[in-house]
Ligand binder design. Structure first.
Ligand code: PBG
Length: 323
């Protein structure tokens, strides 16, 4: 061996060399843009805790979808802000064929047919209890909830959803949804399972946006304990066995080890959700706009480097214009 230092910096000396040796690249096709939708025609209203994000009317959501598609984004995920007057203990508005999600599906698929539209399957936007499942005597009922989730998935498929994304963490819901879809001949509808969804404290701004905070208790009896890894592997294994086409880890940024483990253990595509609390931290008021952009980029690179194939982020639109 020559007695010379190994010069790692040689590969970092210019922008063009750095561009050539970069190991991970972000591309507009990596991202799914989550959209909040509200009733009425009164224009979009900004969400205070989610800088730059708004609740959209169906027609302004269509405009955003067109912009996203033109910028190269391939998927959006819809979340309805349901008026309190339409929420009840059984979340029946979730099965109303004229609800906000069904109306949005029709409008978006008409205007931007190529865009993949993903709908959330869970009861919380419609539940007066603010839980993802039906509550009785303080308990979240598993099997009763799964029945409703399967009906909701069929309804969304009927109205044009390309992908249904169960985010509820009930046991057995993926199998129940797959068989309900297949029975109605929706064999092409994908299931993106929120397979490893943690009982995180990072969902606050999202729950503000939908006014969907649990009215009593918390979600720890169905969402996972942030301390657990092996349990995440088991959740993913079960969801794949039951028919999940894509599995998700949520939140993303605090769970890069889980993303990596799942990427290495399974062959299905892995999605990560950069959730509302993560996005809010990136957009902290002490950061300048340029810093926000740089932190967002760094956070998304981290998710991709860890092994995410798909990244849900509220920053999708701002990042693709910056790439
Ligand atoms: C609910 C749902 C939540 C999110 C997506 N779907 C919140 C929750 O589980 O309470 C959170 C997303 C975010 O914080 O950005 N089914």
């Amino acid at each position: 061996m020559l007695d010379l230092p190994i010069r790692m910096r040689r590969n970092r000396q210019s922008e063009s060399i750095r561009n050539l040796v970069r190991e991970t690249r972000l591309h507009p096709h990596d991202f799914v843009y989550p959209l909040f939708i509200k009733e009425g025609e009164s224009g979009s209203d900004p969400i205070a805790s989610l800088s730059g994000q708004s609740r959209h009317t169906v027609s302004s959501a269509v405009e955003v979808c067109k912009r996203a598609w033109d910028a190269g984004i391939q998927g959006v995920a819809l979340f309805p802000a349901v008026p309190e007057s339409k929420k009840n203990a059984k979340a029946t508005e979730g099965l109303n064929p004229n609800n906000l999600v069904c109306q949005s599906l029709v409008a978006i698929k008409n205007a931007v047919p190529g865009l993949t539209v993903i709908t959330d399957i869970a009861l919380d936007p419609y539940s007066s209890d603010g839980h993802d499942g039906i509550v009785r005597d303080g308990k979240i009922l598993n099997d009763e909830t799964v029945d409703v989730l399967a009906q909701m998935a069929v309804l969304h498929a009927q109205y044009g959803a390309d992908v249904v994304a169960p985010s509820d963490m009930m046991d057995g819901r993926i199998g129940a949804i797959r068989s309900a879809l297949d029975k109605q001949s929706y064999t092409d509808t994908l299931i993106l399972s929120y397979a490893a969804k943690y009982a995180s404290s990072l969902y606050g701004p999202f729950r503000d946006a939908l006014n969907s905070q649990p009215k009593s208790g918390n979600k720890k009896s169905y969402q996972m304990d942030p301390a657990n890894t092996r349990e995440a592997i088991k959740e993913v294994e079960l969801d794949i066995e039951e028919g999940a086409d894509i599995v998700m880890v949520k939140p993303g940024g605090f769970y890069l080890d889980i993303i990596r483990d799942i990427r290495q253990s399974f062959t299905v595509p892995v999605a990560a959700y950069q959730v509302s609390g993560e996005y809010a931290m990136i957009h902290h008021p002490s950061h300048t706009p340029d810093q926000c952009k740089d932190i967002l980029l760094e956070s998304l690179l981290a998710l991709k480097r860890a092994g995410s194939d798909i990244i849900f982020t509220y920053g999708a639109l701002e990042i693709v214009t910056a790439l």
